[in-house]
Design a protein around this ligand. Structure first.
Ligand code: ADP
Ligand code: MG
Length: 210
């Protein structure tokens, strides 16, 4: 399997994960938001899959381009433009290369984080996607020295899972949950949770591809 096919496999696994976890994400978002996160993410990724089947992306960056264009146009709410920006920056970071090294993958994740933070202005501790993605990128960079792209995503997913759990006691300083004040405490952030699920899906797809 070449890197373009592997990237497609990643997106397919992400779409499957959003479908499987639609209710879980919606439940989390109904506790501290408006209960649409699962539907938003699932709709966006199913639409991305459809477009991927029509398009014939020739590089890994092209695959991600199809995803970000779909997320930006199809997913409403806060998360659509934020994830759209993250995939856009990852796509730009990969350039037009046909191969993706572990280092390239870690750099693409770093670019995704930087773009998302610039757009959403959230920092670690604000109870958002950043609480999962920032530690994930740190772990990815550390793993990049030793190994495979799958290893980079496995390390990122493990750190994101912990990061998502770390949002439970937090009060939110960004997004809809920030209106709740202390009432947001005791609930895991939906966006941090979807970040973990997406990275875990990527790791599983790449482990299967190698
Ligand atoms: P909405 O809040 O508009 O209904 P979603 O429900 O799809 O959008 O997404 C909610 C998630 O978006 C939150 O759980 C949080 O993780 C994430 N989020 C909201 N604002 C920001 C931000 N400024 N930066 C990073 N993530 C954010
Ligand atoms: Mg919502």
């Amino acid at each position: 399997m070449d890197a373009t096919q592997a990237t497609r496999a990643v997106v397919e696994e992400m779409a499957a994960a959003m479908e499987e976890n639609r209710r879980r994400l919606t439940k989390l978002d109904s506790e501290i938001g408006d209960g649409d996160h699962g539907n938003n993410m699932n709709r966006g990724f199913q639409a991305a899959l459809e477009r991927l089947n029509d398009a014939e992306p020739s590089t890994p960056a092209d695959v991600l381009k199809t995803v970000f264009m779909t997320l930006i146009s199809k997913v409403g709410g806060a998360a659509g433009p934020l994830y759209g920006t993250a995939f856009m920056e990852a796509s730009k970071s990969l350039g037009d290369g046909e191969e993706v090294s572990a280092q390239d993958a870690a750099e693409a994740l770093q670019a995704a984080l930087d773009g998302l933070k610039k757009r959403g202005k959230a920092e670690v501790g604000d109870k958002t996607i950043v609480d999962a993605l920032e530690p994930a990128v740190a772990a990815a960079r550390e793993a990049a020295g030793e190994g495979s792209v799958a290893g980079v995503f496995r390390a990122a997913a493990a750190a994101a899972e912990e990061g998502a759990e770390s949002t439970i006691p937090m009060t939110a300083r960004r997004g809809r949950a920030s209106y709740l004040g202390a009432r947001a405490q005791g609930h895991q952030d939906p966006g941090a949770t979807s970040t973990y699920l997406l990275l875990d899906a990527a790791a599983r797809a790449l482990e299967g591809a190698s």
